[in-house]
Design a protein around this ligand. Structure first.
Ligand SMILES: Nc1ncnc2c1ncn2[C@@H]1O[C@H](COP(=O)(O)OP(=O)(O)O)[C@@H](O)[C@H]1O
Ligand SMILES: [Mg+2]
Length: 247
């Protein structure tokens, strides 16, 4: 059974960046096989990892709901969806990646979402680590990908508003009934440590902070993969120390 790390947080807090760095460190440490899931409809995890997305799950779902005649009569519908989803998994250097995308249709996706959840449960067993870059609202985590995670990593900036939003995310995950073994808080782009009392407000276990890293800024401006970030970049060093303790 793979270890599921789900990232959540307000838009722009650094979910995609940290997800990419986590993937990079798991690869660097040769900890096992990795499935990266880009569950944000404004998909950009593949961009951060410099992988060109060919087909998203949304494309698959749209195709099937728009044109059910495409499903071969010889094949049960759920088997066909599973086959198409497998085809959407892209192999990259040291990890596989699956992009959820944004379905265009207004139709009811209940059936396909159910099938998709089953497929995800199976997929999770095939990898050692599954890193899910979520949209801010966590909806995908419950609806499309999985209803459980070993660790939920909430990313926040160092502001009080940010920390309150982090707390809300924990509440939402509870309300959605997502089973989470560990809830963590990671502060990103901070200049210094934050007072313990403020961190405690979130009800999340504080992991540490990642400093603002000019190397990330450079990679982002130039469209370079975060997998190619310098080994001793500030952010990588900070995360390496944090994960050393927790992963
Ligand atoms: N530690 C950091 N140092 C420098 N820039 C960062 C850092 N973390 C994130 N960024 C930049 O901030 C922006 C938002 O980060 P991103 O990971 O896309 O956030 P999210 O996925 O939560 O919306 C990106 O341009 C990214 O390059
Ligand atoms: Mg993002």
């Amino acid at each position: 059974m793979g270890y599921v790390i789900a990232l959540a947080g307000k838009g722009g807090t650094g979910k995609t960046t940290i997800a990419s760095l986590i993937i990079r460190l798991i690869k660097e440490k040769k900890m096992g096989s990795i499935l990266a899931i880009d569950a944000d409809p404004n998909s950009n995890l593949s961009e951060a990892l410099a992988v060109e997305t060919k087909e998203t799950i949304a494309d698959v779902l749209d195709e099937i709901t728009k044109d059910p005649a495409k499903i071969p009569v010889s094949m049960p519908k759920d088997r066909f969806i599973e086959y198409k989803v497998s085809g959407a998994i892209q192999e990259a250097d040291g990890f596989d990646i699956l992009t959820m995308g944004r379905p265009e249709g207004q139709g009811c996706y209940c059936y396909v979402n159910n099938v998709l959840r089953n497929i995800m449960s199976k997929l999770i067993k095939e990898y050692d680590y599954i890193v899910i870059d979520n949209e801010a609202g966590l909806e995908h985590l419950s609806r499309r990908t999985t209803r459980s995670a070993d660790s939920l990593m909430v990313i926040s900036d160092a502001t009080l508003v940010g920390l309150k939003a982090a707390k809300r995310i924990k509440t939402i995950s509870e309300e959605l009934g997502i089973k989470i073994k560990k809830n963590f808080l990671l502060i990103n782009s901070a200049a210094k440590e934050i007072e313990k009392e403020k961190l405690a407000l979130t009800g999340l276990e504080y992991l540490g902070f990642i400093p603002f890293d000019p190397e990330i800024e450079k990679a982002s401006l130039n469209g370079n993969s975060l997998m190619d970030l310098k080994e001793d970049a500030l952010s990588i060093n900070a995360l390496r120390n944090i994960l050393e303790i927790k992963l």
